[in-house]
Design a protein around this ligand. Structure first.
Ligand code: BTN
Length: 324
């Protein structure tokens, strides 16, 4: 259900040229005039500029750049994803908050987003650098009614969503490096971390977290990442509006996820493969026992990497060191 504050923002936003009286707002929203006043104060704290003139009423002057639950919600056209948003200025990791919330029964589709993470984490326990206001650091809580062994498909699905949105918003041509790195011009601009709580045959919840480098300049990237990471700004020379990108991602994710639940993995698989980095090219696989060259031929239905060795044997890989 739409919150009162969201309805208030909608009313003001749809009447930007006119003042709406406190009385009019209170009747429209069915709340007292002092409640309207309190909402206005809260909106101002969130960075909305609101003009209030006695005998005329209220008018919205500008919307905030800063993220908040309200600014993300306003204009978000999803049905279930992001209906509950937890936004924080700074957290250790949105994954940590998401796990806590999920264990306290947060609903399917809850999202946690932060301007900054002080201990952002990546796959294989790596650190994920998450500078204040420069990117999207977001975790989603999902409660899919699918078998736990299918969970990796959701990570691949997320990668296609991020690639689609980067492509449609910036016209850049991203590629996905298995399993989930989004590359632009061979450098990583986004990564995905999926963590699951499940029993033998039932998922309790999944937290899918993704980080996207959006507005960092090259000299703002940590020294050790400069060679292998990039941002949308570095690649396009433009700043990108974080809130709009988030909304686009949430809308695309919801559509893609609903489609996946209704029709299964085949479409995601072929989309993923259309973005596949080094498809048909040689890569080097390193395991504890051996090292060999193989050509990358795509992904299997369960998300595993499919490679063809020199003697034309197709192998399925779930992990391992890969030199791309
Ligand atoms: C990777 O490529 O290794 C995955 C990076 C995932 C980073 C995101 S940012 C939001 C969420 N919170 C975290 O601490 N990690 C994920």
């Amino acid at each position: 259900m739409e919150s009162t504050r969201n309805k208030l923002i909608n009313l003001l936003a749809n009447n930007r040229e006119n003042y709406i009286s406190g009385q009019g707002l209170s009747e429209e929203l069915n709340i007292s005039r002092s409640a309207i006043w309190k909402h206005m104060k809260k909106l101002e704290e969130d960075g909305y500029q609101i003009e209030g003139i006695s005998n005329k009423g209220y008018r919205i002057i500008s919307f905030p750049d800063k993220l908040s639950e309200n600014t993300i919600l306003w204009g978000l056209k999803t049905n279930w994803l992001g209906k509950k948003i937890i936004h924080k200025d700074s957290v250790s990791s949105t994954q940590v908050i998401a796990h806590q919330a999920a264990q306290e029964n947060a609903e399917h589709g809850t999202i946690i987003i932060a301007d900054e993470q002080t201990s952002g984490r990546g796959r294989m326990n790596r650190e994920w650098h998450s500078a204040n206001g420069k990117g999207i650091w977001l975790s989603m809580i999902l409660r899919p009614a699918i078998s736990p062994y299918l969970a990796p498909q959701l990570t691949l699905l997320t990668a296609t969503v991020l690639a689609d949105v980067v492509n449609s918003c910036t016209t850049l041509k991203p590629l996905i490096k298995w399993p989930n790195d989004i590359l632009i011009n061979n450098k990583k601009t986004a990564g995905i971390l999926t963590e699951m709580q499940a029993e033998q045959d039932q998922i309790q919840y999944i937290v899918i977290g993704f980080g996207i480098n959006v507005n960092q300049k090259r000299d703002e990237l940590p020294e050790d990442l400069k060679r292998k990471a990039t941002s949308l700004k570095i690649e396009t020379k433009n700043n990108w509006p974080i809130k709009e990108l988030i909304q686009e991602i949430l809308q695309t994710f919801e559509n893609t996820y609903d489609d996946y639940i209704a029709h299964g993995f085949p479409e995601i698989k072929s989309k993923w493969e259309s973005y596949g980095f080094k498809t048909g090219k040689n890569i080097t696989i390193k395991t504890l026992r051996e090292q060999y060259e193989a050509s990358f031929s795509g992904i299997a239905d369960d998300g595993a990497l499919l490679v063809k060795t020199k003697d034309n044997t197709v192998k399925k890989l779930y992990s391992g060191e890969i030199d791309w």
